[in-house]
Design a protein around this ligand. Structure first.
Ligand SMILES: [Zn+2]
Length: 297
């Protein structure tokens, strides 16, 4: 199994950050990804937390690297989503947690089309554990930041469905409008709590369960968008369809973004907070599983 995170070196990551600074369309907006990683660093207890806080600028800056890689690595994109509908009617927590078993059941050629986010996130967490056990601490930072990206994506309901941009339900354009435009516009209202880390009894069931939970929020999100679009003209709806992360908010139909926020703002904040606490919990899980190695002083 190829995993983009495992092919990384420090230099290629830094190169990507330096050379490709502009933002891409899919995935929580870059400010949200950075906010999730920063919050997770704050939540992590010592001694690992002290090490992460000493390197927080890396852990935050590299939160968006995975989206940048999509520009030059065609294998990257499927790791960022899973179209659950292709995998049957659910419950999806019951999907084969082993990727090879999933390939046998669904066809090896289909996984890259249908999305592989949960298998990728499990493999990345295991790679993080192994890097900790081997004392490869720079690699630990890169993998930890990268894992934050995928746990973030996994908490965005539109990353779990074939209807990822609302085309099947009259919500065209909702992906960026929700995760980038709305979140960035209102981000200063995001005041997350500092909840305790969550216990992870078993890695794969936890990650698969979080993704299924995200899928469970999909309809509420689409309904909020539908309510925000009520009364819009065809021309105004077309403007939403074409909206992307960098759209000028003033060019959107009057009132749309406020209505979307009224219906889906709390959902976004809840998902981001959960992503952060679960990310910190995965970092801690990897460290415990690695035998609690001392981070460099
Ligand atoms: Zn992504």
């Amino acid at each position: 199994m190829q995993r983009a995170g495992m092919r990384l070196t420090i230099s290629t990551v830094l190169l990507a950050v330096l050379l490709l600074p502009s933002e891409t369309a899919w995935g929580w907006g870059f400010p949200a990804h950075r906010r999730i990683n920063r919050h997770a660093v704050e939540l992590l207890p010592a001694p690992l937390g002290d090490y992460y806080r000493a390197h927080s600028s890396w852990l935050v800056a590299l939160a968006t690297d995975a989206d940048q890689r999509k520009r030059y690595s065609p294998e990257e994109a499927p790791s960022h989503y899973i179209d659950f509908e292709y995998y049957g009617d659910g419950p999806y927590a019951g999907l084969p947690h082993n990727r090879r078993a999933a390939e046998e059941r669904f066809g090896r050629e289909n996984l890259p089309k249908w999305g592989t986010l949960p298998w990728h996130a499990v493999g990345l967490t295991e790679a993080l554990r192994d890097a900790m056990a081997a004392g490869e601490w720079e690699r630990v930072l890169v993998l930890s930041a990268d894992l934050g990206h995928f746990i973030g994506d996994g908490h965005q309901p539109l990353h779990t469905t074939v209807n990822y941009d609302g085309k099947d339900s009259g919500n065209d354009g909702v992906h960026s409008l929700f995760e980038s435009v709305m979140v960035s516009h209102f981000l200063e209202r995001y005041q997350p709590d500092n909840p305790p880390l969550v216990p992870i009894d078993s890695l794969a069931p936890a990650i698969f369960g979080w993704l299924e939970e995200s899928y469970g929020h999909l309809q509420a999100l689409l309904d909020a968008d539908s309510r925000a679009r009520q009364g819009l003209t065809g021309e105004q709806r077309q403007a939403l369809t074409e909206a992307r992360f960098n759209v000028a908010v003033a060019s959107l139909p009057a009132g749309y973004l406020d209505k979307l926020y009224a219906g889906a703002g709390q959902l976004a904040w809840d998902r981001m907070e959960l992503a952060a606490v679960r990310l910190a919990s995965l970092w801690q899980w990897a460290w415990v599983q690695a035998g609690r190695p001392d981070p460099p002083g």
